[in-house]
Each structure stands twice: as C-alpha cells, then as structure tokens.
Write a protein that binds this ligand. Structure first.
Ligand code: DGL
Length: 269
C-alpha cells in the first residue's frame, strides 16, 4: 500500500515509555494524527529475546498498516535495536523511524572521557548498540548499566521508598568517573527528577525525544508525507495490548491529562 499524507503515524513502545517522546512529536508535528500502542501485555521488552521483540514489532506494524498508517515511529530503544532493520526491509515504501541512545553527543560533551549509558539489557547487548559505540565514541570509556528496575519504576510510579533503585546505578557510574549520562530507554525521562537529584549539577543527562521527533519530521518532509498544521491539532488514539484501564491510568499520570485507551484487537496482541 502506498503511504498517503493524510494517513496516521503508528507509534509504539512496550508501555508508557514512548509517551515521553510522543509529547515531543506532538510539539514538532502538531498536525499529524497519531496511533499510540502500549504493548503492555509484553512488557518489559528489555529482558526478552531479540526474536520475540522483532515478532511483536512485525505484528504491530501489520496493525498500523491495516489502519492506513503512512509511517511507523518506534520511540523504544529496545525495539529499534531488535527490529528496525527487519521492518525497513519488509516495508521499504514506508518511513520507519527508530531511536538510539545519545552516545554521539555524549562523546562530544564528556570532559572526563567517561560516559555512562543506562538502558535495557536488550539494547545494551544488541549489535546495533555495539556498532553505535564503535562508530561514535572511539577512545571514550563507555560504561554500560542495564536498569530493568527503572522500567518498572517509571511504569508504576516513583515513590520515596524506592528511591534507592534510582540512586544505586547512578552512584556506581559516577564513582567510575562518568560526567555524562545517556538515558537510553524512553521510560527513563519519567524519572528525570530523582536522576538529576542524585547525579548532581556537574553531570550532563541526555535523552533523545526531541531529536527523534525532528528526524520523524524530516523523513516525512523528504517523502512528501508531512501534514503541516494549519493551526489545528491532529488526533491521538491510544491502544494497549494489556489491560486498557491500567494503561489509561499510567498514561494519564505521566502525561497529566485524562486519555481513553482502547484494547488492541486480539489478533495483534
Ligand atoms: N522503553 C523501552 C526502551 O526504550 C523498553 C523498556 C522495556 O520494556 O524494557 O528501550
């Protein structure tokens, strides 16, 4: 099917993480209609095998195409690492935009020569991530820190009793001299307050929501698929593969607005 400019953009993540990027997409591409799928029945992606995540991405891509999507945005580092190449091979006519940890700017910004990357186990173990580090951070010490506990914390909500889950990985990375921290998972910007508090003022914390949204915009413009807003906002439809009510509560808590979340059709769950 040939993509057309009036079609929606399909956006997915394992849960609420992509909502941190959705906000940037809404700011930079306000006229676009979006379909956001929280693949919450399969959360967390970060601890599952690559082939499993690729199969989920293929299933969700088929759903988006059935909805007439003109592009697929993957604001999920784990799913990008596992599946973006396979999706692009399968749907060469479709813009498919993935996300990657901000290793390149971190390598430019560090003064100590040590950067810390906090992400999922799947992202850090991927070939795509290894290639990124080899290409963009030669000569830099790159410390890798899988943080599965942070994904659960972002989903369920930070509480003072669980603050140590944020503090421990940070103190390890800072103790080894990291002066730039890369949030390589889209769930982590939702923990930005405790992260900044523990990291302190001298440490730079990078995430990639804005650059991702700009890249999506560029890809649409290049292919003549952008829908410039004439003042009006596009729509956002939310769906979840897991419990829709719980997904709605989580998205509302993190986006600050009430949302309606529908159940993803069973064939795609
Ligand atoms: N938000 C995702 C990422 O950016 C995945 C988190 C998870 O489900 O483990 O990697």
């Amino acid at each position: 099917m040939t993509p057309v400019a009036r079609g929606p953009i399909g956006v997915f993540d394992s849960g609420v993480g992509g909502i941190s990027v959705l906000n940037a997409i809404r700011r930079i591409l306000p006229g676009e209609d979006l379909i956001y799928v929280a693949d919450s029945a399969h959360l967390p992606y970060g601890e599952k095998p690559r082939a499993y995540i690729e199969a989920r991405a293929q299933r969700l891509a088929a759903f988006f195409l059935e909805q007439g999507a003109k592009a697929i945005a993957i604001p999920c580092n784990t799913a990008t690492a596992a599946a973006v190449d396979a999706l692009r091979r399968r749907y060469p006519e479709l813009p498919i935009v993935g996300i990657e940890p901000a290793v390149k700017p971190a390598a430019k910004l560090t003064r100590s020569g040590v950067i810390g990357v906090l992400a999922t186990t799947g992202t850090l173990a991927s070939e795509r991530f290894r290639g990124l580090v080899e290409r963009e951070a030669p000569g830099i010490e790159v410390l890798l820190k899988p943080c599965p506990g942070w994904v659960a914390l972002a989903e369920e909500g930070w509480t003072p009793e669980r603050d140590h889950i944020v503090a421990e990985p940070l103190s390890e990375l800072l103790g080894k001299g990291a002066d730039v921290l890369v949030l390589g998972c889209t769930h982590f910007p939702f923990l930005i307050e405790p992260i900044r508090r523990h990291a302190g003022d001298g440490v730079v914390v990078l995430e990639t929501g804005e650059p991702f949204a700009r890249q999506l915009h560029r890809q649409l413009v290049v292919r003549g698929l952008a829908r410039e807003s004439a003042g009006g906002m596009g729509t956002v439809r939310y769906l979840a593969s897991g419990a829709a009510g719980e997904a709605a509560r989580r998205i509302a808590r993190l986006s600050g607005q009430a949302v309606e979340v529908r159940q993803l059709p069973p064939a795609y769950c």
